[in-house]
Design a protein around this ligand. Structure first.
Ligand code: ATP
Ligand code: MG
Length: 323
């Protein structure tokens, strides 16, 4: 993949292999959770990662954040390289510059603390403000940024709605002025009626604060609404990657086409009901990893693994039959 010169995040050949025991007394075997993934995210842009459960989305997010060390490949953020050896200074920079917003705001927020303490905590750790009054001002400023008010500062998480709790988690993520938010299923735990409000808040914050987003969702509609570029992940590999206009309006991979069909309300069928379950990543199929579920598979797909290849200026697909 060619690296755009304005790429803020550049990921190349990223892999993560876990050793797992399929049964308690079995010998451990390698599980390729992420099997050679490359993409770039431009500054201020949103890269959307979509795929079914177990496809490797969160593992990519954890490696980007430094919560997991990659087995192979390279991560560059703002021209800093995060390979298998890390400099302490780069690591400290990354911990501040990248902040997570996760699926479940209830478990992410300490139930015993008041909102003011929750939002102030990362700043207290870094001693980023001179005195208590400055912390209080900054907490109120952050709460207002996410659509809450000073009156929420005194409440505990249990006294807030799910959407308000996710706003608190976003306020805390913004406290140290990050450059990147890693959004792992940020609205999946919320009522559908609340999801759009939180997504629109994230869009407004991105424009105001020039934030770069990695957005993870199993919901293609969420990814399509938010992203400038989209990668479709299957068993740890991209089946298709490209600008939103290409991937959503001209999906070239049968898997992307199936995801789009399943996301249309009149079908509203879950993918596994249509296509059966995703194969175990401990025993990935030979050839194209998607071939056992693919309606269009031909003999070649069972033996010959398709590599990502360009089918448009910003559009790549890993399918023998596409284009
Ligand atoms: N610490 C671990 N040890 C062993 N296997 C793991 C570990 N973490 C993840 N895996 C495996 O790696 C694969 C990818 O997991 P990952 O959590 O990245 O998927 P995901 O796309 O985020 O799924 P979901 O939509 O369910 O969150 C899965 O098969 C998972 O079981
Ligand atoms: Mg996940």
């Amino acid at each position: 993949m060619t690296a755009a010169s304005n790429a803020f995040i550049e990921i190349s050949g990223l892999t993560k292999t876990y050793q797992v025991r399929p049964r308690f007394f079995a010998r451990s075997r390698p599980l390729a959770a992420v099997a050679g993934v490359s993409f770039t995210v431009e500054e201020g842009g949103t890269f959307g990662l979509v795929g079914e459960s177990g496809s490797g989305k969160s593992t990519i997010a954890k490696m980007l954040m430094g919560a997991e060390l990659q087995s192979g490949g390279d991560i560059r953020i703002a021209d800093r390289r995060f390979g298998s050896r890390l400099s302490a200074a780069d690591d400290a920079w990354r911990r501040r510059a990248l902040q997570p917003v996760l699926q479940d705001p209830t478990s992410a927020l300490n139930p015993r603390l008041r909102v003011a303490s929750i939002v102030a905590e990362p700043m207290r750790v870094q001693r980023s403000q001179p005195d208590d009054a400055a912390y209080e001002r900054r907490v109120i400023e952050l709460l207002e940024k996410v659509g809450l008010t000073a009156s929420h500062a005194r409440r505990r998480p249990s006294e807030l709605s799910g959407g308000q709790r996710q706003r608190v988690a976003i306020a805390r993520a913004l406290a140290l002025e990050p450059r990147v938010l890693v959004l792992d299923e940020p609205v999946s735990a919320l009522d559908v009626s609340i999801q759009a409000q939180v997504l629109n808040l994230l869009k407004d914050l991105q424009a105001e604060l020039k934030l770069t987003y990695l957005l993870i969702s199993h919901d293609l509609a969420v990814v399509a609404y938010m992203s400038s570029r989209i990668g479709v992940l299957y068993l740890g590999q991209f089946m298709e990657i490209g600008d939103k206009a290409d991937v959503i309006a001209r999906p070239a991979h049968p898997y992307t086409q199936a995801l789009i069909a399943a996301s249309e309300p009149e079908h509203a069928a879950s993918l596994d009901r249509v296509m059966g379950e995703i194969p175990s990543p401990l025993a990935p199929p030979p050839g194209c990893p998607f071939h056992p579920r693919c309606q269009q598979a031909v003999a070649r797909c069972r033996v010959d693994k398709p590599l990502l290849r360009p089918i448009g200026p910003n559009h790549q697909v890993a399918c023998h039959l596409a284009g």
